[in-house]
Design a binder for this molecule. Structure first.
Ligand code: ADP
Ligand code: MN
Ligand code: MN
Ligand code: MN
Ligand code: MN
Length: 353
């Protein structure tokens, strides 16, 4: 017997949360695909996804990786994390199923662009209502010493960040790296594109991996009695917010003269700024103030190597003349399916002419 952890996005508003439940499955293969796992259902009234008269919602597996959280060394079966899409009882896509919306956009034509994405997920670890490293009363030393720091008086929560990296690696996620961030108890990890042969950094797969990595992060922090906050502005005042930069490329951008395609994409993004901002995270205005390495929410600015821009073209991309761009606007609590869908729709499906 094998344990499978079925994971899905719930109906919490305005920020969808993760839910999961465990079951045993009997698999006929050692290398199972999503369709080797049975569909399942759950009580949608308890997750904000149904009213009680017609409460069942259906789970359809869409992405499967190893579950590294079981640590019984004598167990000979594999265990799996099974990410699912949610459907209504009549088989139609549930309104909370944002992955299904991304699928539709890809199928409608964006797929041909062969787009890749890599996310930088920032998060803040909380205990007793304050970030790790914040004193019980008053404030810690001003920010400046915490980013990429080392030392017990400035890097707080490394055990969790490291354990998370290890679990992502064991699960087979496209985990890239991690660093301490600008306020105490704040960290970042990168997931998605990392340039390895045989990996699939397509929009669906990379966004799936980010949701699975978020799931594992909550699980690790749970063991320590610590909360993971994806708030865009976890501490008010002169402190950095938390973002989810999205690094995006199409085949055209990665090939010779890709910079032209990148500039075309940025021009399109500038026209639809408002529509992007609308799905780039809850209470985003608190983070996109024009300070703390952000561009004000009401402005759209592109910059070379500029961390105060909406869109940054990294220095090495400018020098190589090809590569990708970084959309710095998405907040830490953004849904990667929605972010990827908006960028793909704007960049891959609208004609620049
Ligand atoms: P920074 O902190 O300087 O913004 P990071 O190294 O944290 O940069 O993140 C940059 C991310 O860009 C990498 O994690 C990677 O996933 C992504 N990336 C690199 N090349 C491409 C590409 N061609 N297409 C999409 N994403 C890319
Ligand atoms: Mn029951
Ligand atoms: Mn980064
Ligand atoms: Mn960062
Ligand atoms: Mn970045």
């Amino acid at each position: 017997m094998t344990f499978a952890e079925y994971i899905w996005l719930d109906g919490s508003d305005p920020v969808q949360e993760l839910r999961s439940k465990t079951r045993t499955v009997r698999l006929k293969t050692d290398t199972p695909k999503p369709r080797d796992f049975p569909d399942w259902s759950f009580d949608g009234t308890a997750t904000g996804q149904a009213d009680c008269r017609y409460s069942d919602c259906a789970l359809t597996p869409v992405c499967v990786v190893s579950d590294p959280t079981w640590d019984d060394p004598t167990w000979d079966g594999e265990h799996y994390l099974v990410l699912c899409e949610v459907f209504n009882a009549d088989g139609t896509k549930h309104v909370t199923n944002t992955r299904g919306d991304l699928r539709s956009i890809l199928r409608a034509g964006a797929e041909g662009a062969d787009a890749w994405i890599g996310f930088e997920q920032e998060y803040t670890l909380f205990r007793d209502g304050r970030p790790l490293g914040f004193p019980k009363d008053g404030l810690p030393e001003p920010q400046g010493r915490y980013y990429c720091s080392v030392g017990a008086d400035r890097a707080y929560g490394r055990k969790i960040a490291r354990k998370h990296a290890e679990l992502c690696q064991k699960a087979g996620l496209m985990f890239h790296g991690l660093n301490a961030e600008s306020l105490p108890g704040q960290w970042e990890f990168q997931i998605g594109y990392r340039g390895n042969d045989g990996e699939d950094p397509s929009l669906l797969n990379a966004a799936d991996h980010l949701w699975l990595a978020r799931y594992l992060l909550h699980r690790v922090a749970e063991e320590y009695g610590v909360l993971v906050s994806l708030d865009n502005k976890p501490v008010q005042g002169n402190w950095h917010g938390a973002g989810m930069h999205a690094n995006f490329s199409t085949r055209q951008m990665r090939e010779d003269n890709g910079l032209t395609a990148i500039h075309d994409a940025v021009e399109l993004l500038s026209r639809y700024h408002g529509q992007h901002i609308a799905v780039y995270g809850d209470r985003l205005a608190e983070r996109l103030t024009g300070q703390h390495e952000t561009c004000a929410i009401t402005e759209f600015r592109v910059g070379n190597a500029d961390r105060g821009a909406s869109i940054r073209i990294p220095l090495d991309v400018e020098q190589r003349g090809a590569g990708y761009f970084e959309d710095r606007r998405p907040g830490a609590n953004a849904d990667p399916y929605r972010v990827a869908a908006r960028i793909a729709e704007t960049v891959c499906m609208i004609d620049t002419g």
